[in-house]
Design a protein around this ligand. Structure first.
Ligand code: THU
Length: 160
């Protein structure tokens, strides 16, 4: 028997099409990207997270001379938020990435597999979907309704 999984998403040609809170998230993620510590890849990623109380926190990728010891922008931000606001629901996550130089033509940068898995942990924990936005430096934006949609057949605590 053949089955199919469909992925619905929204596409914004420019960040000007976003609503006010989404624009704020975009700006905060873009600003955070500037402070990324990425001397090895020269690939800068910023992330912002909106909590249910309206607060926004941001972070960026942190690399390391021992390469695997570095961490993506999404997990740097997510873990800080989860550590400091363990009982607050996460509403939205915004990611913006691109090379340090000549980023004009790069597409929206989606979260890596490990970040998807990490975000799903909190989506499952809070019993509420997390909107995920990812963007390019030229301000194209893709919105996914729930992070689970980006990781079909994801593994979570229900299997343990
Ligand atoms: N990176 C992120 O921060 N987030 C992603 O979703 C993709 C990749 C970082 C990791 C590394 O510092 C650099 O981008 C190049 O892979």
């Amino acid at each position: 028997m053949k089955k199919e999984i469909q992925l619905g998403y929204e596409y914004f040609k420019n960040s000007t099409e976003l609503n006010d809170i989404e624009k704020k998230l975009f700006e905060k993620a873009k600003l955070a990207r500037e402070n990324a510590y990425a001397p090895y890849s020269q690939f800068l990623v910023g992330c912002s997270i909106l909590l249910e109380n309206g607060e926004i926190f941001s972070g960026n990728n942190q690399e390391n001379a021992a390469f695997p010891s570095g961490l993506c922008a999404e997990r740097t931000t997510l873990f800080w938020v989860a550590a400091n606001f363990p009982n607050m629901k996460i509403k939205k996550i915004f990611v913006i990435g691109g090379p340090r130089e000549s980023y004009e033509k790069t597409p929206p940068i989606p979260p890596c597999g490990a970040c998807r898995q990490s975000i799903i942990e909190y989506e499952t924990k809070q019993h509420e979907d997390i909107d995920l936005y990812f963007s390019s430096m030229n301000e194209e934006v893709i919105k996914i309704q729930a992070i689970k949609d980006l990781l079909p057949f994801y593994f979570d605590a229900t299997f343990l």
